[in-house]
Design a protein around this ligand. Sequence first.
Ligand SMILES: [Zn+2]
Length: 510
Amino acid sequence: MTRYFLTTAIDYSNGEPHIGHAYEKIGADAIARYRRMLGDDVHFLIGMDEHGQKVEQTAAQLGVEPQALVDTLAEKFAAMWQRLGISNDQFIRTTDAMHKAGVQALIERIFERNPDDFYEKAYEGWYCVGCESFKQDAEIIDGKCVLHPTRTLEWVEERNWFFRLSKYASFLKALLTDRVEFLQPASRRNEMLALIERGLEDVSASRSRLQWGIPFPRPLSTGERQTTYVWFDALPNYLTATGFPGDGGRAKWPAQLHVVGKDITRFHSIIWPAMLKAAELPLPERVWGHGFVLLGGERFSKSAGVRLDLDEAIAKYGADAFRYFLLREIPFDADGSFSWEQFDARYNSDLANSWGNLTSRVIAMVEKYRDGVVPSGAREEVDRSAAEDIEAYHAAMNGSRGYLLHEGLQRAMSMVTRGNEYVQTMQPWSIAKRDDEDGRRALDHVLSSLVRQLARQAVVLAPFMPEKAQEAWAQIGGPGNVGDQRFGDLDSLDATGWAVKKGASLFPKA
Ligand SMILES: [Zn+2]
């Protein structure tokens, strides 16, 4: 079995789960479920980034210990991912003892293999607690960080450990150039190559003012002990999840895919591979930088700063409809927008009127004309058209052209559209009026084809809408769980003899 270890970025423990977090989890979950149905041995990792000054400050404001704050938030995030049907195999937290030990082991390994990669440097500058970084003049307007105009910048003088990122510029340039699949989409790769071209600056690896974090394993020459800075704390989670420096974890390094937002592509395609190279460890195979969900439509335009309430979005039509909408409407390689108007429109046209309606009609006809048992019938033109759609679906989903989930979903839905057209063309209710052997055989043929179509639709839609696909699968009498089906078996799928059982409407009309 092919191993497939994929990850999302870990979420920062400062605030509630929002649409950006959800979009990334849902997209990565569709990939994870897709790989399982290909037959891969999948390990899907998500988690929480729980250290840093913001967590420390928020905890202080609330009058709680930082650990208590991150414990509460980890529970909230995990509960949300469960509601959204996220099928992660592991949920890492950077406050886990295993992670802390792994981070220190990674830093020690770099000290041993490439001793010059860490060095001490004193510097001073304006520091933004919101960004947890020093700000250049261009990033300061009216004495405030442009990203955090409500926070006060602090003048900070520090002596820290630095990581010699600049040393890896040519290595990174070659990596991004020679292995085009390492970072996609291509727009992200071009941004990173331009960044390298402008020159890479070394990055801080430790901080003195930071308390809430992992102790940096080696003291400064002054004897001062510092705390590991964010990059060396958060990024290694993908590695420590495997049990590093041992291999006691269920996942095995390297990861096949990191799914991250375009805002942190730089950390995953520049700093992270350089750290791994410095430690003489294998690199992840691929990094995918997805775009953002923008908010559009009337409700979001009326008042600025209104956020999308995830609970409200899930409550509206259920988790699967929300998953469907995000992955259908927002291209996984670019930005797209959510609006309540468009959500309603897609729910009604694609889900209730198209997939849901086709499913209930076909089941009703098998019940009415064949006592609920699927008759046998030969394969035909519509099966061959489905095979073409399925081929394009795989090309969009399996990484060969990137991770174009929106295109995969579009292909799956075009199979549904074809099914509805097939019903219109064949008019099974007219055939049923014929009272001869040819008519009987013709109706068997049409009903058998339709159930086969529904079965294939449930299988290809399962990575996107796992619960609804299972409901559809159970209603047509499919054996076992739809998620346990293998794409490789679709070609020979035969529903003869399945017993359909009408259930609740998949997508009740709004
Ligand atoms: Zn800032």
